[in-house]
Design a protein around this ligand. Structure first.
Ligand code: HEC
Ligand code: HEC
Ligand SMILES: [Cu+2]
Length: 402
C-alpha cells in the first residue's frame, strides 16, 4: 500500500479492498464447500445418488438475491467513492495540464508555465486536462488518479497531498515513439516554498535600481508617481525631454527638463514652481547628499529599467528539454548545443534547403516548427503560439549562446 494517505487514494483503495475482500471471501467459501462436498460424497463412499431433489424455491431465492445484493453493495460503494473523485472541493487551486507528444506542460492561473507540476501541500488541486495532438492519459499513481487527455475535450482530476514530496506523473496511454519520455513529477511544496515559487515569474526578477530605492527612502513617492497620474504632484514617468511651464521668481518661463533643472527642483523646489501645482514640496536642501542626488537625477532622466526575460528558464518551463538535449547529443529533436552558426538541412514545403542557423531561423523554428522540418526528424515539435515575441527572442538569444 502507498504510505501517502490522501483523499483520492483512500477513495480508490477503500473500494479496491472491499471488492477484493468480498471476492476473496466468496472464493474461499466456494472452494472450501466444493472440497468438502467432493470429499464427503466421493464415489467409494456413496456409489449411488443419496438424494433426488428437483427444486427448492427457498434455496433458489437465496442464491439469486444474495449475490445480487453483494454486487449492488459493490456498485453503491464504488459509485459514491467515484463521485468523491469527480466532485472537486470548493476553493481548489487550478492548474492546466496539456499533453502533447511527448511531454506534459502545466499552466497556472497567473500565467506561469512549468514542466513539473508544482502544488502547495494540504490544498485541493484541480488539474484541468487536455491534449494538443493525440490521446494521452494523465496518471499520478500516488494519488490514484488517471484520466485520458483527448484533443478537443477538456476534463479534470483533483487531488490533495497531506505531505510534501515528489510524486511521479506518467502518460498511461501509448502515444507514439516518445511515450516513455512523458515522465515528470508533481512537486508538493510547503505553503511558503510554493508561494515563493508561484510569485517568481519567468521574468528575471530585476534588481530594484538604487535611484528608485532612494526615491522611496526620501518619501518622494508619497507625492510623485510613476504611473502617469499627477494628482498631488507631477508624475515621474515622462520627465525626460519634456518642457515645463514654471514660475521662477514670479516670472513665467518654459524650461526643458534636464539634470540641472531637476537638481534645482529638488534642492530648492520653491524657486521653480511647476504651474498648476501648489508649493507643497519640502525643500530637500542638504537632506540628500550629492552622490545620492546624482543617482536620483540619473534615474529620473533614464526612467525605470525594463525587465528582462530569462531565456533559459523559458526553455526549461516550456518543455523544450523533453525533446532536445543541451549536451550535444540528439534525442527526439536535434541537440541544441552549438546551434548558432550551424547549417541545418530542412524540408520546406517539399523542397530541401540548407539554412544557416541564425536568430531569424530560430525564431521561425520555434514559432512555426512544422514549416521547416529538420531532415531526419519527424515533424512533431509542438508550435508555440502561446509565447510572445519577447519570450521567443529571449529563448533565441540563449539558444545562440549554447
Ligand atoms: C509633499 C509632497 C512632495 C514630496 C514629498 C516631494 N515632492 Fe517633488 N514636487 C511636489 C509638487 C507639488 C511639485 C510641483 C510644484 C513644484 O514644482 O514644487 C513637485 C515638483 C518636483 C519636481 C519638478 C518636477 C517637474 O515635473 O518639473 C521634481 C524633479 C521633484 N518634485 C522631485 C522630488 C524628489 C526627488 C522628491 C524626494 C526627494 C520629492 N520631489 C518629494 C510635491 C512633493
Ligand atoms: C515534442 C518534442 C519537442 C518539443 C517539446 C520541442 N521540440 Fe524543437 N524540435 C523537435 C523536433 C523533432 C525537431 C526537428 C524537426 C523539426 O524541425 O520540426 C525540432 C526542431 C527544433 C529546432 C531546429 C533545430 C535545428 O537543428 O535546426 C529548434 C531551434 C527547436 N526545435 C527549438 C525548440 C524549443 C526552443 C522548444 C521549446 C519551446 C522546442 N524546440 C520544443 C521536437 C521538439
Ligand atoms: Cu502520451
Amino acid at each position: 500500500m502507498n504510505p501517502l494517505a490522501n483523499p483520492t487514494a483512500q477513495a480508490v483503495d477503500n473500494v479496491l479492498i472491499y471488492i477484493f475482500g468480498v471476492s476473496l471471501l466468496l472464493l474461499l467459501g466456494i472452494t472450501v464447500a466444493t472440497i468438502y462436498l467432493v470429499v464427503k460424497y466421493r464415489r467409494s463412499k456413496y456409489p449411488e445418488p443419496t438424494s433426488d431433489t428437483h427444486g427448492n424455491l427457498w434455496l433458489e431465492a437465496v442464491w439469486t438475491l444474495l449475490p445480487t445484493l453483494i454486487v449492488l453493495t459493490m456498485f453503491w460503494y464504488g459509485w459514491t467513492n467515484y463521485l468523491g473523485l469527480r466532485e472537486v472541493p470548493a476553493g481548489a487551486f487550478q492548474v492546466e495540464a496539456t499533453g502533447r507528444m511527448w511531454s506534459w506542460q502545466f499552466k497556472y492561473e497567473n500565467g506561469r508555465t512549468s514542466n513539473k507540476l508544482y502544488v502547495p501541500v494540504g490544498k485541493p488541486i484541480k488539474v484541468i486536462i487536455n491534449s494538443t495532438d493525440v490521446l494521452h492519459s494523465f496518471f499520478i499513481p500516488a494519488f490514484r488518479i488517471k484520466r485520458d487527455a483527448v484533443p478537443g475535450i477538456e476534463t479534470y482530476v483533483w487531488f490533495q497531498s497531506p505531505e510534501t514530496g515528489s510524486y511521479d506523473i506518467f502518460c498511461s496511454e501509448y502515444c507514439g515513439l516518445g511515450h516513455a519520455d512523458m515522465i515528470t513529477s508533481t512537486e508538493v511544496l510547503s505553503a511558503e516554498d510554493f508561494e515563493r515559487w508561484y510569485a517568481e515569474s519567468t521574468l528575471a526578477t530585476p534588481e530594484v535600481p538604487r535611484g528608485r530605492k532612494l526615491l522611496e527612502k526620501h518619501g518622494c513617492l508619497g507625492c510623485h508617481s510613476f504611473d502617469g497620474s499627477s494628482s498631488i504632484a507631477t508624475t515621474f514617468d515622462v520627465l525626460k525631454g519634456t518642457k515645463r511651464k514654471i514660475m521662477s521668481d514670479g516670472v513665467e518661463k518654459e524650461v526643458e527638463v534636464d539634470a540641472e533643472y531637476l537638481r534645482r527642483s529638488i534642492r530648492a523646489p520653491g524657486a521653480d514652481l511647476v504651474e498648476g501645482f501648489p508649493p507643497i514640496m519640502p525643500a530637500y536642501g542638504d537632506a540628500i547628499n550629492e552622490a545620492d542626488l546624482d543617482e536620483i537625477i540619473n534615474f529620473l532622466l533614464n526612467g525605470e529599467q525594463k525587465t528582462s526575460l530569462d531565456g533559459n528558464k523559458l526553455i526549461e518551463e516550456n518543455g523544450c528539454l523533453g525533446c532536445h538535449s543541451t549536451d550535444g547529443s540528439s534525442s527526439i529533436g536535434p541537440g541544441l548545443k552549438g546551434l548558432g552558426g550551424r547549417t541545418s538541412e530542412v524540408k520546406r514545403e517539399g523542397h530541401e534547403l540548407k539554412l544557416k542557423v541564425d536568430a531569424e531561423y530560430l525564431r521561425r523554428a520555434i514559432r512555426d516548427p512544422n514549416h521547416e522540418v529538420v531532415e531526419g526528424y519527424p515533424a512533431i515539435m509542438p508550435s508555440n503560439d502561446h509565447l510572445s515575441d519577447e519570450e521567443i527572442d529571449a529563448m533565441v538569444e540563449e539558444l545562440l549562446k549554447k
